[in-house]
Write a protein that binds this ligand. Structure first.
Ligand code: PLP
Length: 389
């Protein structure tokens, strides 16, 4: 059976070039990067080389602004908790949005329980944070703002440069979760005045379990993992040398191919959307028609449950994911789609197609062949469809 992977916002296939770069560090070059002998120095050199590559990829001013972590989740936690801890703040006003990844949202909920006052910003109908809304809620006591650059479910892009300016001019520290934006949108972080920015290797065809936090020079961060003096004293723990080297190589490749890849992805994504909307009725595109991540398409198939579509596509060899999360046995609509004003009944039937560098036109044509009969069969069984059509 043909296999088509359209879940690249969840994770991507690691590239051969990345594995090749990592191999020596999983075999012969096994020194601890903190050791002073030749084995250690070789590992240190590799980590620092990768740090430079990630710094170049992000457009940082120097490699010392990049701290390696275990992934996007840890980078988000370190940014938010680490910056507030460095301020010695136990309370105060902090801001985020309703559509953040849980790696940010759950940290803010935790801080709220600890005594911080949190404002959760809503989004427009396309899923982007409105800069004017941030302006309205900023106060002189606001100490920290975290707003994601691009959304993992819908691909919605927020105007980070403007948002960062507003937060900074109000005296707050500004963090952005750029886990989905990195490698898909061109940017140089030094031009944006951003203090803290999170990324993850496995979203850019690198290995799992490695990420980075960009920490603008002068921004204070208290380590959240305590131990040795690794990562310039900001994140203790022996470095994952092979993973970091793979991350560096993946970043280098993603940076150099970004423009060509984006164009290819937009064409394929729009081919998929055109095919779906011409073959299947009662659908709804969730997100802006063009201004969103080049690889992401989120569609509601009305009168259906997303999970049943995912399972039926899986049986045809197609991997996608639902925009709604299954929480403890009850099907809860996605917090992202709900925040955009999508009716719960539409949010339930939403599917995220996220394309990647391996996606081909044949893959998309295969999905366009197998999807319409699945939707028809499921709708024929759906009591909601009978009532609604
Ligand atoms: N932030 C966003 C926007 C994401 O999409 C993800 C992963 O899905 C994360 C954070 C977490 O990254 P990681 O899987 O590396 O912990």
């Amino acid at each position: 059976m043909k296999k088509v992977y359209l879940d690249n916002n969840a994770t991507t296939r690691m590239r051969e070039e990345v594995l090749e770069a990592m191999m020596p560090y999983m075999t012969n070059v096994y020194g601890n990067a903190s050791s002073v002998h030749a084995f250690g120095r070789e590992a240190r050199l590799a980590v620092d080389g990768a740090r430079q590559k990630v710094a170049d990829f992000l457009g940082a001013s120097s490699k010392e602004e990049v701290v390696f972590t275990s992934g996007g989740t840890e980078s988000d936690n370190l940014a938010i908790k680490g910056a507030l801890r460095a301020l010695k703040a136990k309370s105060g006003h902090i801001i985020t949005s309703d559509v953040e990844h849980h790696a940010v949202l759950n940290v803010f909920k935790f801080l709220e329980r600890e005594g911080f006052e949190v404002t959760y910003l809503g989004v427009d109908k396309d899923g982007a944070v409105r800069p004017d809304d941030l302006k309205t809620v900023m106060r002189k006591e606001t100490i920290f703002v975290s707003l994601m650059w691009a959304n993992n479910e819908t691909g919605a892009i927020s105007r980070i440069s403007e948002l960062s300016k507003i937060a900074k001019s109000g005296g707050a520290i500004f963090h952005t979760d750029a886990v989905q934006a990195a490698g898909k949108l061109p940017f140089a972080v030094r031009d944006f005045g951003i203090d803290l920015l999170s990324i993850s290797a496995h979203k850019i065809n690198g290995p799992k379990g490695v990420g980075a936090l960009y920490i603008r020079k002068g921004t204070k961060i208290a380590p959240q993992m305590l131990g040795g003096h690794h990562e310039m004293g900001k994140r203790a723990g022996t470095e994952n040398v092979a993973g970091i080297v793979g991350f560096g190589r993946a970043a280098e490749l993603a940076g150099s191919e970004l423009a060509a890849e984006s164009k290819k992805l937009v064409d394929l994504r729009d081919h998929l959307y055109d095919g779906i909307s011409s073959r299947i009725d009662h659908t709804r595109l969730n997100g802006h028609s063009s201004d969103r991540l080049p690889n992401t398409l989120n569609i509601s198939f009305k009168y259906l449950e997303g999970e049943s579509i995912v399972l039926n596509l899986d049986m045809e060899g197609v991997a996608v994911s639902t925009g709604s999360a299954c929480t403890s046995g009850t099907l809860e609509p996605s917090h992202v789609l709900t925040a955009m004003g999508v009716e719960p009944v539409d949010a339930q039937g939403s599917i995220r197609f996220s394309l990647g560098r391996d996606t081909t036109k044949e893959d998309i044509d295969y999905v366009l062949d197998v999807l319409p009969p699945i939707i028809k069969r499921l709708r024929d069984m759906s009591p909601l469809y009978e009532k609604g059509k």
